[in-house]
Design a protein around this ligand. Sequence first.
Ligand code: ADP
Ligand code: MG
Length: 676
Amino acid sequence: MNGTDSIRSLKGIGDKTEQIFRSAGIEMIDDLVTLYPRYYLTYEEPVSIADAQPGIRIAVCGKITNTPVYRQFKGLKITTCNIRDHSGSLGLIWYNMPYMRKQIHQGDSKIFVGTPVMKNGRLVMEHPEVFTEESYAKQREHLQPVYPLSRGLTNKMIIKAMSQTKEYMETAQEYLPDKIIERYHLQSYGKALKNVHFPIERQEVIEAKKRLIFDEFFIFLAAMRMVKEKTGVVQNQYIIRETKESRDFMEHLPFDLTNAQKCALQEMKEDLVKEEVMNRLVQGDVGSGKTILAVILLFMTVTNGYQGALMAPTEVLAVQHYETFCKLLEPYPVRIGLLTGSTKAKEKREIYQKLKDHELDLIIGTHALIQEKVEYNCLALVITDEQHRFGVKQREALYRKGLEPHVLVMSATPIPRTLALIMYGDLAISIIDELPANRLPIKNCVVNTSYRPNAYRFIEKQVQMGHQAYVICPMVEESENMEAENVTEYAKILKQNLPPSIRVECLNGRMKAVEKNRIMDEFGRGIIDVLVSTTVIEVGINVPNATVMMVENAERFGLAQLHQLRGRIGRGDSQSYCIFISGKDNDETKKRLEILNRSNDGFYIANEDLKLRGPGDFFGVRQSGMMDFVLADIYQNADLLKMAADSIELLEQEGFSFQNLQNERLKKQLELALQL
Ligand code: ADP
Ligand code: MG
């Protein structure tokens, strides 16, 4: 078996299954083996039925007390039965699994594993797994991986395919130098792969993840090195100074800049006339006003006779920036274009032509901006907003095009300084550590689910006062589809709990870009009052009229991520409120959420978050997708990030070059890391 073999070579994968895997981005064996479990199910000793609690997954051993009942209801095929043990009884229910009725019989004693929920005042276990005593003993011998699922792709399908690659995993080529593996007591790549997919116990997962997370950091940092080695020191070909127009613009800003904004701006202005090209990161907490700096710098660029570009991670954000720029620069003859994935082909071609002919001065968009076909006439400044790893990829892409503009990366992710130095080792850093003066500190509260009705009343009141609200639904670990369903369902319930005059809409990651844009546009214009959303909302969105943020299941999010979410409010001069609903009452959750309750300062929160976590906490809450890592979390795995940075340094001291790599696998990994 070869890593580049199609998954078609596996048993049980025909046309249809291949297509399903393909739409989840899995085409070759290597794609499959790097699809890591989201979490693992453990199979614990059965407990008494009387100890069952809603929402907590358990195993119970019980006797089926009736003939299973099968019925169809609203298109659902429902199988139900009851079980009993010495302590009490419990209902079981399966949806759309009609074959279950043939697999269970009155009088059978079985072990059932599942999560009980409250239904019509009674505890019922939905979709329990059924075991005999023997099969349960076998099941308990290992951990059961749960993979990220998508449309049509089930855990069973993945496990079946994965089980055929065990041997391949064990012999997968190593790409870390031996020295590093020994020094940091890492597992071999092959062993880590095998253990992450087929662990017998938690310790194996911990060891495996340590290695794989180390790899993610190592590859990221090595890619950064590679680009740096390649590009070397870049001469500044674009001297950008203040002009009459840019001074005029500064005099007519809608507000006074804060001192921190002024300082950062000053540092960048100095960069723009230096001998070397600018490479800078502006780190400013959410709402600190980074966008206006981008407007000022890009306008300066244009009035110096050059072109500028602003890149955002999502279309929604790109559209928002485009509108801000058009509004602020309206009095000036600046030609601004918008280029995203939804731009029609014909329009795209026109934009390409105009960029080439310098008929456009500014272009705003997603990473479509630096794709191969785009040619610029005189691109002097590229700014990226909230695209952290993009900084590296983008420089590589620009370099390949032979472009050497100034580069500015703007980020609201609060990273403790020690980590920032590693993540952004090659960038100069400006920090905006002050919020505009008109802001009132956000009022926070952490409450349990029984407070929900009060929260709804509160939202209602705020909307009646003319404000708007966000409600964030919990993440669904298994799949984006289920998450989408969840949000829609929640919005329905919320509607029933609010007066009909209040317009509630929902937003999720599965929606088409045009649909998302429409909803965000309507929310921005105040047509929608309450937006129910997944975390797709977290980055960059600016609707200053929104004053309430309610986060369901706050305990499932990382603190840095919660802080980002909260950053969507408190952006205007009205008092804003953040309601964290916690579904869990334990001490650890309380302690974590208390940090947010106490402080609105992102850097403080990030530091506290770091302190609260022990090293190697691989089972804790992960900040979903933050910084684009798959397994790694810079907060949680700060120790491994440092290790990876140290090893790169060690290798470099010994003359290791990331440009002329001998190891094919490492070479490929680095290329992948730099792909847009
Ligand atoms: P972020 O740093 O999170 O990207 P934005 O640039 O979106 O923040 O700014 C948030 C809001 O604050 C915007 O509505 C912006 O117009 C406003 N703003 C920015 N700077 C100032 C300032 N100095 N005084 C008052 N409001 C400001
Ligand atoms: Mg922003």
